[in-house]
Design a protein around this ligand. Structure first.
Ligand SMILES: Cc1cc2nc3c(=O)[nH]c(=O)nc-3n(C[C@H](O)[C@H](O)[C@H](O)COP(=O)(O)OP(=O)(O)OC[C@H]3O[C@@H](n4cnc5c(N)ncnc54)[C@H](O)[C@@H]3O)c2cc1C
Length: 496
C-alpha cells in the first residue's frame, strides 16, 4: 500500500493520544481543560473505547488506596514493614477522587454511573499471617490516611463484616481482619466512556475507532508522524505531541518511536481469569472487597480477593484473579506480541529478569494447570460454602509487567512507569499496578514531564487548581487538608 506524503491541516493535531482507555481519556480531559483550543485526536484500534484493561470485567475495579492490598506493604529484610508505597498510593487515589468530585460538581460526571462505596477488608488465617496483618495495621493506622482502619480477631465481629467468608469456617481456625469502610469499587470502563462522552460533546476531541497506529517516527526531527491503518489505506497524521496510552500495545510503539529513553525496556505478559457469580441473592450477602495474602511468587494482581462488583450497574461477585501466561500483550492482541518486542537492546535484561524470577515463573506454570475444581477449592478458602455451579470462568485483561535494565541488571518491575523523551514530545505509559486508580496522578506526571513550560504558567496553574483544589499541596503530612479534601469528595461523590 502506498501512502500519500502530503499532510493537510486536517491531519495535523496538537496532541495525538494512542489508545482509548482510562489513561488517554484522563489525559485528554486535562489537556482540554487546560487549553480548550487544543486539537486532540484519540486513536483506537478496536471498534469501541475501553475494551481492553480498562473494561470493568478485565480488571478488579478496586479503587486502589492501599487499604487492603498486602503487596503495597512489603517486608524489609529486617522484618519491618515498608509502608511508603501504601501511603503514596493512598494519596494518589485521593487525587483521583478529587478530580472526579470536581467533575461531578461541574455536572460533567455522574458518580453513581461508575463509583460505589464499599468496605476494603484484609482477611487472613494462621499465626504468621495474623502477625503480618497486625504489624500492617499498627504501622498504617499511625498515619492520617489510615486512621479509620479497624482491626478484629473476633469471629462474631468479622462474621458481621463478611458473613459469606465466615459461615461454615472451621471454628478452631484463628482468623483476623482489618476494615476500611471508605473503600470503593470503580467501573473504569464506564468512567472512560464518561470522560470521552464529555470531551466529544464539547467538540474538543476527535475519537477515531477501528484505526490502528502501525508506525511512528519523526522524519523532519520536529513533528511526530503516525501511520494509521483503518478501513481505508494506510495514511498519516502529524503532531508535536504523542501519548502512547496503548496499554499492552505501548511498548512496541515506544520501540518504534526510537527514542533512546525507551531502548532497554521489555515486557512480560501475565494473563488473568476470574470466577464470576451472578446469583443476585448471594451477591446481596457480600458487601466488601476481601483481599487475602498472595502465594509465593504471585504477581500483585494475583492476590486472591472476593469482591462485590458493579459492572454496567449490575451487582455480582468476582473471585480471583487466577494468573496465567500467554504471549499476547493485549487481550485482543496476537500471540506474536511478546516475540516482536524482543530486540538486541532488551534481550539481556529479559534473560536476566527471567533467571531472577523463577518463583514467578513456577507460580504461573502452576496456575496454568488449574482446572475448575482447583479454582473452586481456592475460592472455598475465602467462601467455605461456595457452590461450584454458581460460578463461571471469565477471562480478565492482559497485564504487561515492565522489565528494565537497572544497576542490578535486568529487573522485573511491578508498578507503572511513564517513559518520556527528553524534549517532552512523546510519553508512553508502561506497566500495571496500581494502574487505573492512580490515572490522575500519572497523567499529572505526564503533563509535568512533557508540558513543563505551560504547567508553570499562571493560567494553567489556575485551571488545575479549579479541578484539583489541593493541587501543589502535600496531602500525606497535612491532616487538616486531607480531612477537608475527603469531606469534599465524600459529599460530591456520595461516598458514605
Ligand atoms: C487482571 C487485572 C486487574 C486489574 N485490577 C485493577 C484494579 O483493581 N484497580 C486498578 O486501578 N487497576 C487495575 N488494573 C490495571 C488497569 O486495568 C490498567 O492500569 C488500566 O486499565 C490501563 O489503562 P490504559 O488506558 O493504559 O490501557 P487499556 O485500557 O488497555 O487501553 C489501551 C487501549 O489502546 C488500544 N491500542 C493498543 N495498541 C494500539 C494501537 N497500536 N493503535 C491504536 N490503539 C491501540 C487498545 O485497544 C486499548 O483500547 C488491572 C488490570 C488487570 C489486567
Amino acid at each position: 500500500m502506498v501512502a500519500s506524503d502530503a499532510i493537510g491541516s486536517e491531519a495535523q493535531f496538537d496532541a495525538v493520544l494512542v489508545g482509548a482507555g482510562i489513561m488517554s481519556s484522563t489525559l485528554a480531559f486535562f489537556l482540554h481543560e487546560l487549553d480548550p483550543e487544543m486539537r486532540i485526536l484519540i486513536i483506537e484500534r478496536l471498534g469501541a473505547p475501553a475494551l481492553e484493561s480498562s473494561s470493568a470485567i478485565n480488571n478488579s475495579g478496586t479503587g486502589h488506596a492501599a487499604n487492603c492490598e498486602f503487596n503495597y506493604t512489603p517486608s524489609n529484610s529486617d522484618g519491618s514493614l515498608n509502608i511508603s508505597k501504601a501511603v503514596a498510593i493512598n494519596s494518589a487515589f485521593e487525587r483521583s477522587l478529587e478530580l472526579w468530585a470536581s467533575m461531578a460538581e461541574l455536572g460533567k460526571l455522574s458518580p453513581e454511573s461508575f463509583l460505589h462505596c464499599l468496605p476494603h477488608i484484609s482477611f487472613v488465617w494462621g499465626e504468621s499471617n495474623i502477625a503480618f496483618l497486625r504489624q500492617r495495621y499498627r504501622n498504617l493506622s499511625l498515619k492520617n490516611a489510615f486512621q479509620s482502619m479497624e482491626w478484629s480477631e473476633e469471629v462474631e465481629e468479622i462474621k458481621e463484616w463478611i458473613p459469606l467468608v465466615m459461615n461454615g469456617r472451621d471454628p478452631g481456625q484463628k482468623v483476623a481482619a482489618t476494615r476500611v469502610s471508605r473503600g470503593t469499587d470503580v467501573d473504569f470502563g464506564a468512567l472512560t466512556l464518561a470522560y470521552l462522552k464529555e470531551l466529544q460533546l464539547s467538540g474538543a476531541v476527535e475519537l477515531r475507532l477501528s484505526t490502528e497506529v502501525v508506525d511512528i517516527n519523526r522524519p523532519n526531527g520536529k513533528s511526530w508522524r503516525l501511520s494509521l491503518v483503518g478501513n481505508r489505506s494506510e495514511y498519516y497524521v502529524e503532531t508535536p505531541f504523542v501519548f502512547l496510552g496503548a496499554g499492552g500495545g505501548a511498548l512496541s510503539l515506544l520501540q518504534r518511536s526510537g527514542i533512546p529513553e525507551g531502548k532497554s525496556y521489555g515486557g512480560f505478559p501475565v494473563s488473568g481469569q476470574w470466577l464470576v457469580c451472578n446469583d443476585q441473592s448471594l451477591a446481596a450477602m457480600h458487601n466488601a472487597k476481601v483481599y487475602g495474602k498472595s502465594a509465593i511468587g504471585a504477581p500483585p494482581m494475583s492476590v486472591p480477593h472476593l469482591d462485590t462488583r458493579w459492572i454496567k450497574g449490575k451487582r455480582s461477585l468476582l473471585f480471583g484473579p487466577f494468573a496465567g501466561f500467554n504471549t499476547k500483550f493485549l487481550k485482543n492482541g496476537s500471540s506474536f506480541d511478546f516475540f516482536r518486542t524482543i530486540k538486541l537492546s532488551n534481550a539481556l535484561p529479559l534473560i536476566q529478569a527471567g533467571f531472577k524470577n523463577t518463583d514467578l515463573i513456577n507460580y504461573l506454570l502452576g496456575q496454568l494447570q488449574l482446572d475448575h475444581s482447583d479454582r473452586i477449592n481456592a475460592l472455598k478458602e475465602f467462601f467455605p460454602q461456595a457452590n461450584s455451579d454458581d460460578w463461571t470462568l471469565s477471562i480478565a485483561g492482559q497485564r504487561v509487567q515492565i522489565i528494565k535494565m537497572t544497576k542490578d541488571g535486568g529487573t522485573l518491575k511491578l508498578g507503572t512507569e511513564v517513559v518520556a523523551s527528553s524534549d517532552g514530545s512523546l510519553a508512553a505509559l508502561l506497566g500495571a499496578s496500581p494502574g487505573a486508580s492512580t490515572a490522575v496522578s500519572i497523567m499529572l506526571e505526564v503533563l509535568q514531564s512533557c508540558w513543563s513550560e505551560k504547567m508553570s504558567t499562571e493560567l494553567w496553574q489556575q485551571r488545575l487548581k479549579k479541578l484539583l483544589p489541593s493541587f501543589g499541596k502535600e496531602l500525606v503530612s497535612d491532616e487538616t487538608l486531607l480531612g477537608k479534601l475527603r469531606h469534599r469528595s465524600n459529599s460530591l461523590l456520595g461516598l458514605r
